[in-house]
Design a protein around this ligand. Structure first.
Ligand code: DCP
Ligand code: CA
Ligand code: CA
Length: 384
């Protein structure tokens, strides 16, 4: 057993309210008309014109495809994937800028963008040259309003530092965040809290779901499914039969706004903790343990729900002078036992008050060193 000690932690892990582990807040930040915006950045004079970034195939000035366009060009119906020939036709007699792609330059701008975005995330995942997912659950205390304010600050910084705009979607998972980001462009900010997910997704065309391409969409239409609501209502077993089990389950869940990826991330949760203010300042162990017992019980229930065992038990005591003191102890074996948690927390508080003068104002309990409880099935296969 090891006994760790640290004093005056300014921001203890305890500040994270536990229910937030279930209500995630995820943002998808997607830069507006990225390649074309980069071109405007180095040559602001073209801003007011249609800007068409082209992948020239080399045979003639008109062979090749449009990579992307600014929104001025989009108002003429010119967009990504279109042939340069058609784009030129649509912009006939218009003063437009047709430019070749310069990926190295866009990569360089992308790097600067990502460096700014990364600062705003608890967890960060770049998902393309011009987009990234940010898990902001912890730093927004699980509050969507705070996430929205964070998004506004981030937009301001991107504009201030790099003179670039983006569109942001905020949701309870990646799937919803991505669709929300597509909702309003350019310079959009769309927030979908968990209670609004169903209403938001239901009327959308199934094509808005990641993984539903033109072919799948046609297939779905032939089954009478055109909206996300219709997909959500469709017999999941039939979806499995038609699209295969993996995609069937994915489509069903996606239509309900459920995104499994966070189950994986949950295993990365490092600790469960609770903190409470005592009814009055005290250094009396039995009085403190009345509160600590409740905290232990809440934490243990959560560990059981999450099917996690813990190996380290920690306590925190915030004294009258607001100094924060922590103690922790690592057990021989992982456990989820309430009794073990309680007894170890008690021992740590006892030891702490023997060593320290002063009365506690707030006390907290934390478990960490988490491991996923093995299911019987896993145990069986691990013998094979
Ligand atoms: N891109 C491309 N060919 C495509 C789609 C995209 O070369 N068919 C490139 C150019 C885009 C960049 O990838 O600038 C990012 O793609 P997005 O789909 O995010 O599109 P944009 O950023 O251009 O526009 P939007 O404002 O709609 O996000
Ligand atoms: Ca984009
Ligand atoms: Ca993108």
């Amino acid at each position: 057993m090891s006994l760790k000690k640290s004093v005056n932690h300014q921001v203890p892990f305890f500040l994270l309210r536990l229910h937030n582990l279930q209500t995630r807040i995820v943002m998808l930040v997607d830069m507006d008309y990225f390649f074309a915006q980069c071109e405007e950045l180095r040559n602001p004079a073209i801003r007011t014109k249609p800007v068409v970034v082209c992948v020239f195939s080399g045979r003639s000035e008109e062979s090749g495809a449009v990579s992307t366009t600014n929104y001025v060009a989009r108002s003429y119906g010119v967009k990504s994937g279109m042939s340069i020939f058609l784009a030129k036709k649509k912009l006939k007699n218009v003063d437009a800028a047709f430019l070749p792609v310069d990926e190295r330059y866009y990569e360089e701008v992308s790097g600067k963008v990502m460096n700014i975005l990364r600062k705003y995330a608890d967890r960060f995942e770049q998902a393309g040259i011009d987009e990234a997912y940010l898990d902001v659950t912890q730093r927004t205390n699980g509050r969507f309003q705070e996430a929205k304010e964070l998004a506004v600050s981030m937009k301001d910084e991107l504009k201030g530092q790099l003179k670039l705009t983006c569109s942001i979607g905020i949701g309870p998972n990646k799937l919803v965040a991505k669709i929300a980001a597509d909702e309003k462009k350019p310079e959009g900010l769309t927030t979908i809290a968990p209670e609004g997910v169903k209403e938001f997704l239901s009327p959308l065309n199934v094509g808005r779901l990641l993984g539903v391409g033109t072919k799948t969409q046609e297939k779905m239409h032939s089954l009478g499914i055109s909206t996300v609501h219709e997909l959500a209502e469709y017999d999941p077993q039939e979806l499995n039969d038609i699209f295969g089990r993996t995609m069937g389950i994915y489509f069903h869940n996606a239509a309900l706004g459920i995104d499994d990826e966070f189950d994986e991330e949950r295993s990365e949760v490092e600790s469960f903790s609770r903190i409470a203010t005592l009814k009055h300042n005290s250094r009396d162990l039995s009085f403190i343990m009345e509160t600590a017992e409740r905290l232990c019980s809440e934490i243990q229930k959560l560990a059981v729900t999450e099917r996690m065992n813990f190996r380290t038990v920690g306590i925190i005591a915030i004294l009258k002078d607001l100094s924060a003191h922590t103690r922790s102890k690592t057990l021989e074996n992982p456990t989820s036992s309430l009794e073990v948690l309680y007894e170890n927390a008690k021992e740590l508080f006892e030891k702490f008050f023997n060593e320290t003068e002063g009365e506690a104002r707030r006390v907290g309990v934390r478990v960490s060193n988490l491991s996923r409880e093995q299911t019987n099935q896993k145990q069986l296969t691990s013998f094979i």
